[in-house]
Design a protein around this ligand. Structure first.
Ligand SMILES: [Zn+2]
Length: 247
């Protein structure tokens, strides 16, 4: 369900049943002359909308204003919007803290932008990862008081941890395309891989009439994109979402 359309009794049900709460996290960034600037975020939104047809999930309003960077193109006339990670982290901490206050314990931000080396991290996902950790510590200290971890009530912490219980799983950040997709689907920026995803998920974000206007090396393969290839990527992404978004 889209969070902004939920009634309080539906929110209470989602909390009681531990529905995953998914934040589409992304950027607005130049993606060549043929594709919309929202591509990275739209890919997350559209696959979550498909996921919602299968499973109970809360989809938060998307956050588009991540750190696009100007690595691909300067912003003038290109459309890239850059908000640095240092500015994102305080916002994200407040957002996650608020979601914890509401009662959610199964929160997932999902990002596609700059996730080819996700384990090491990039500014947007690192800011949101840090924010998730900060929010959880802050929430636990407020809820349980200082010394909560050292209290007798936590004596079974490590055995519980081994069994899969972990406060720090309350807020997680995931790449849209997991490392397991490496070599199975092209990871690129505005090339055949991303363009095909958009043709499959959101064709109005691609205009084939503008392929010929592209001059960047990274868009050279875009003209070979197809909805059929995109569907293959979408199928892999859906398997990944089924694995990470569990009640
Ligand atoms: Zn992209």
């Amino acid at each position: 369900m889209r969070y902004e359309l939920m009634l309080p009794h539906q929110i209470r049900k989602a909390i009681a049943e531990n529905w995953p709460v998914a934040l589409p996290l992304g950027v607005l960034e130049y993606h060549g002359e043929h594709m919309a600037v929202g591509m990275d975020t739209l890919a997350v939104i559209k696959t979550l909308e498909l996921f919602e047809k299968e499973r109970d999930v809360v989809i938060l309003p998307p956050f588009y204003y991540g750190a696009a960077s100007y690595a691909v193109a300067p912003p003038e006339g290109s459309g890239s919007v850059q908000v640095g990670g240092n500015a994102l982290a305080p916002f994200a901490e407040e957002l996650f803290y608020s979601l914890l206050r509401i009662g959610f314990r199964n929160i997932h931000a999902i990002i596609h932008h700059q996730t080819e080396n996700f384990a090491a991290g990039m500014p947007t996902d690192l800011a949101f990862k840090t924010a998730g950790r900060q929010a959880i510590f802050r929430f636990l200290e407020k809820q349980r008081g200082e010394g909560w971890w050292g209290s007798e009530a936590m004596a079974d912490y490590y055995s519980g941890h081994a069994a899969g219980e972990n406060f720090f799983n309350w807020v997680q950040v995931h790449p849209l395309m997991p490392a397991a997709m490496n070599g199975k689907y092209p990871f690129d920026h505005a090339g055949i891989g991303e363009t095909s995803l958009m043709l499959a998920l959101c064709p109005e974000a691609v205009d084939a009439a503008h392929f010929a206007d592209n001059t960047g090396w990274y868009t050279a393969s875009a003209k070979d994109a197809s909805a059929e290839l995109g569907e293959e990527g979408v199928a892999m992404i859906m398997d990944h979402l089924r694995a990470i978004l569990r009640g």
